[in-house]
Design a protein around this ligand. Structure first.
Ligand SMILES: O=C(CO)[C@H](O)[C@H](O)COP(=O)(O)O
Length: 229
């Protein structure tokens, strides 16, 4: 079975966690898109009643197209359940790297307001140490990004701005740039998150430390539910 099929399996399992009356955070990316599809079906076919806060313009457009009722933080202080993907999930801690899809800021705002953050993925995303497979995305203001790179280099990062295929800078939904950062080894994710945040010009990092409450991971061994610890 393909990675995409495993993503779909994890997503459809997690979509069943949504109950009538919930405020639901909708993640971004190819795995989260399967959740949005599944919730659109549950809304239409089963009459499931919920409202959703999307974490990107792309997810908002997908949800709107499926008739999912959307809401904002103007009307809801907390989110009952957010279901989102990740680029790396550390075994045991469920600390994450997110943001290869470029939506890390909105994803983190929604995650921080959520009572439950369920991460869905195919099993290729599980790692023993964060940073083993992917670069760490860091969202920064466009002004002075070169200075921000130099500050991040003091913490051991090799950072370069993400570009689109045409060579132009990738710009996030919030109008910011993404620096993709290579760290030799991420030993203490909480400390690194603090260090990155201390740099002027950084808006947010793609390290999600202590935020995920559960992960649903699918692979050749079947589907597993992982909790912290
Ligand atoms: O953090 C993200 C977007 O900012 C995504 O959740 C992450 O990139 C995983 O994407 P995919 O489900 O396509 O593998």
């Amino acid at each position: 079975m393909s990675a995409s099929e495993y993503k779909r399996q994890a997503a459809e399992f997690a979509a069943e966690m949504v109950r009538d009356g919930m405020v639901v955070g909708l993640g971004t990316g190819s795995t989260a898109a399967f959740v949005v599809d599944a919730l659109g079906r549950r809304h239409k076919d089963e009459g499931l009643r919920f409202v959703a806060i999307p974490t990107s313009v792309a997810t908002e457009q997908q949800a709107q197209g499926l008739g999912i009722p959307l809401t904002t933080f103007a009307d809801h202080a907390t989110v009952d359940l957010t279901i989102d993907g990740a680029d790396e999930i550390q075994r045991g801690t469920l600390n994450l790297i997110k943001g290869l899809g470029g939506a890390l800021l909105r994803e983190k705002i929604v995650a921080a307001a959520s009572s439950r953050l369920v991460i869905i993925a195919d099993d290729s995303k599980l790692v023993d140490h964060l940073g083993m497979k992917t670069l760490l995305p860091v969202e920064v203001t466009p002004f002075g990004w070169e200075a921000t790179v130099r500050h991040l280099e003091k913490f051991g990062a090799q950072a370069s701005p993400r570009r689109n295929r045409d060579g132009a800078f990738f710009v996030s939904d919030g109008g910011n740039l993404i620096l993709d950062c290579k760290f030799h080894e991420i030993v203490d994710a909480a400390q690194l998150e603090q260090d990155i945040r201390s740099v002027v010009g950084v808006v947010e990092s793609g390290l999600f430390v202590g935020m995920a409450t559960e992960a649903v991971v699918a692979g050749s061994e079947g589907l597993s539910r992982l909790a912290v610890g």
